[in-house]
Design a protein around this ligand. Structure first.
Ligand code: NAP
Length: 256
């Protein structure tokens, strides 16, 4: 019932988690605005969503282009009257060259897409949500944002920033009818993780991960971290003294 007639703007909808979430929400009756850069993929996913009976529109837009993201949100609102849920999911993993062979441009790219892209999406929907006193902002952050991870400086920074940004916004919109949900997944099999050779602990199948995302949004959870085994390990890592943290987490090789 939650999704029926909800209007959802989803960024990063052309592959991986975004694609699977789009199809799952369409099946449940949501109306979707699907945003990403690759138009051909978006068109195909939009058609699939509509075949399930849902309504869907696509926007071939780069999340770093604030004006284009705002225009996409405006177009969705004009057609359907409102946006109930934003899912800020667009993101890239970056690569570990940025720490091995430090390159500020590579770091800026990850932060621009993962963090500032999500900020652009929030600013495209939040004023109207506040005016309507209704709405939900959802961040697809990561367990990688709990503490700096090896060979992941840009990614960890972008996700830590994303978590802090959405949490701050949550405090600012308390009692204004808008809820904020921060989702912190571990490793999921998608194109983002597919090139890696080393074992990723508690790696999830994409289809097994989707119910976690849906439930977090439906229950308007403030935080949803999964899978629980990795989430517990990472939470423990947060309270370790730096010398012990370095010893344990410094060995991780899941980025190789
Ligand atoms: N897979 C994991 O293990 C995992 C774990 C924790 C968190 N996450 C997060 O989950 C989100 C989705 O990742 P995924 O695993 O599903 O990876 P994915 O399959 O590579 O999907 C990434 C999505 O983001 C879009 N995107 C990237 N750059 C963009 C830009 N500049 N403008 C608009 N869209 C852009 C891509 O579309 P276009 O290329 O068509 O633009 C694509 O739709 C990311 O934020 C990621 O950090 C993933």
């Amino acid at each position: 019932m939650f999704w029926k007639d909800k209007v959802v703007l989803l960024t990063g909808a052309s592959s991986g988690i975004g694609e699977a979430l789009a199809l799952a929400m369409a099946k449940r009756g949501a109306t979707l605005g699907l945003l990403a850069r690759r138009e051909e993929l978006l068109r195909e996913i939009t058609e699939k969503c509509e075949q399930t009976g849902g309504k869907a529109r696509y926007f071939a837009v780069d999340v770093t282009d604030a004006k284009a993201v705002a225009a996409a949100a405006e177009s969705l609102r004009n057609e359907f009257g409102k946006i109930d849920v934003l899912i800020a999911n667009a993101g890239i993993g970056g690569n570990n060259a940025e720490t091995r062979n430090f390159n500020h441009e590579a770091v800026a790219k990850v932060i621009n897409i993962n963090l500032l892209g999500a900020v652009n999406a929030v600013s495209a929907v939040l004023p109207a949500m506040l005016e309507n006193k209704s709405g939900q902002l959802v961040a697809v952050s990561s367990l990688a944002g709990f503490r700096g991870l090896p060979r992941s400086a840009a990614y960890s920074a972008s996700k830590a920033g994303m978590t802090a940004f959405f949490e701050s916004v949550r405090l600012d919109v308390r009692d204004k009818g808008v809820s904020v949900t921060i989702i912190q997944p571990g490793f999921i099999k998608t194109p983002l993780t597919s090139g890696r050779n080393n074992k990723m602990p508690f790696l999830m199948e994409l289809e097994d991960s989707i119910p976690h995302f849906l439930r977090a949004v439906e229950k308007r959870k403030k935080f949803a971290a999964f899978p629980w085994q990795l989430a517990t390990f990472v939470r423990l890592g947060k309270v370790l003294p730096a010398w012990l943290y370095d010893r344990i987490f410094g060995r991780a090789q899941f980025r190789e």
